[in-house]
Design a protein around this ligand. Structure first.
Ligand code: LLP
Length: 425
């Protein structure tokens, strides 16, 4: 069920009409639905009920404190990729002992911060990183719990910028080097290998590549067990996609079906030769939790007809929503209050001085100056990837809770943007 729908000719977020939000908070504004967020999280947590499993929300998708707080209260852990994200988890009341730290370039400072908060696990991506972590943990007199991100060389069949599990990717330890890397890890005094993980890519609609990756991880868990390196958890990464509404696009695999298939394979493995052996399963979903919980609300500034193209110039831009410029991503655009009239084919573009500043291309829209548009399914990798390019303050963010609307991030004022700068004395 979508939480964004037209009612009496006006687009609503749950029971709140979007024009009322534009009136009160201005545009561009990200609008999130609390009910949609909790529904998406419940799809994961329900499927994990009664299982030894942990859902670590990949907060790079959307790290607003209101979202983290709501998920933390429902038991979520968090997948972080920086010290800054850990500070957000703590500020939102999340439990650092349910945090896993991913990423290829963790600094010594970030390691220290994470160790001082006793995080669940470092997802380590290289041998030099293992050595540095061992050193940092040693100076603190601590043990670092570690999982190796293994690159299973499975093709997720998604946009090359968001495919991460192939041999040519910067991520992870090559499958063939994994055993040797675990041996190195096990021999380091301040490293305790506790898990194995992978993340093969994002926006997967089919779970077959993920299950293939799981089979390869299980192979390694067995090979390691035979050497006496017994792991406590297996982390499947994120990657389940959403339906962006493009014509001819398909629905993603239902989350419950995917998780059931993962657990069935784990059960079969345990029954086969490991009776009684427990292994926790971790998931790191980002987009599947927040992608369809938000829209970017924007207002039409000008309509500019042209010889080859007509432009619908709106007040949101590539700095607010990078996905189209960066990945040629197709995002659905809906008129908030469609008023009939003749539809014209437009490119929907922003005010930023770049030809790459477009949000949608070749869309049939019946619009007038001053109309509101909503860029749909913008809850994931929208605000978090936004910038201040062209000294544009970042958009406001609001969360709808039934007929209540909460401002969860104020719109940035341009003077905020140069407050940390100074001229030469
Ligand atoms: N775990 C790791 C280690 C990751 O690198 C990612 C995403 C996730 C989990 C969450 O993946 P998800 O469930 O959201 O697919 N900005 C791009 C997506 C980049 C994904 C980066 N890694 C986009 O807008 O499509």
């Amino acid at each position: 069920m979508s939480h964004f729908f037209h009612l009496d000719g006006v687009l609503h977020a749950d029971s709140t009409p979007l024009p009322a939000i534009a009136e009160r908070f201005g545009t561009p504004t990200y609008v999130y639905s609390k009910a949609a967020l909790l529904g998406n999280f419940a799809a994961f947590s329900d499927a994990c009920a009664g299982r030894d499993a942990l859902v670590c929300y990949a907060m790079k998708a959307n790290s607003n404190l209101a979202i983290l707080d709501l998920l933390a209260r429902r038991g979520a852990g968090f997948d972080i990729v920086s010290g800054g994200e850990l500070l957000r988890v703590i500020a939102a009341g999340g439990d650092p002992r349910k945090v896993i730290f991913s990423g290829v370039g963790k600094s010594a400072d970030e390691m220290r911060l994470a160790l001082s908060h006793d995080i669940l696990c470092f997802n380590v991506e290289s041998i030099p990183e293992l050595h540095r972590l061992n050193e940092v943990a040693g100076t603190m007199g601590k043990q670092a719990r570690v999982s190796l991100r293994v690159n299973p060389n499975v093709d997720p069949k998604v946009h090359p910028y968001i495919a991460t599990g192939l041999k040519a990717s910067k991520f992870g330890v090559a499958f063939d080097d994994a055993l040797a890397t675990y041996r190195t890890a096990a021999a380091l005094a301040h490293i305790t290998p506790v898990g194995i993980d992978c993340h093969i890519g994002s926006q997967l609609l089919d779970d077959a590549p993920l299950l293939q990756a799981l089979d390869k991880l299980i192979e390694l868990v067995d090979a390691l067990g035979a050497e006496g390196i017994v792991l406590d958890h297996l982390d499947m990464g994120g990657g389940i996609g959403i339906n962006y509404g493009e014509a001819g696009g398909s629905e993603p695999v239902p989350v419950g079906d995917y998780l059931a298939r993962v657990f069935a394979r784990i059960d079969a493995w345990r029954a086969d030769k490991h009776a009684g052996r427990a292994i926790k399963v971790i998931f790191e979903p980002g987009r599947a939790i927040v992608g369809d919980t938000g829209v970017l609300l924007t207002r039409v500034e000008y309509l500019k007809p042209g010889a080859e193209k007509n432009f619908c110039i709106v007040d949101a831009a590539m700095n607010d929503l990078m996905r189209p410029a960066l990945y040629q991503a197709w995002m659905d655009v809906q008129a908030v209050a469609p008023h009939g009239g003749e539809a014209v084919t437009y490119d929907v573009v922003g005010p930023v001085c770049e030809s790459g500043d477009w949000l949608a291309r070749d869309r049939q829209l019946a619009v007038a100056e001053g109309d509101l548009l909503a860029i749909m399914q913008a809850g994931a990798y929208g605000f978090t990837m936004s910038s201040n390019y062209n000294t544009r303050g970042r958009a406001a963010e609001v969360m709808v809770d039934g007929d209540q609307v909460h401002l969860v991030r104020q719109r940035e004022h341009p003077t905020d943007l140069f407050a940390l700068e100074s001229v030469l004395k």
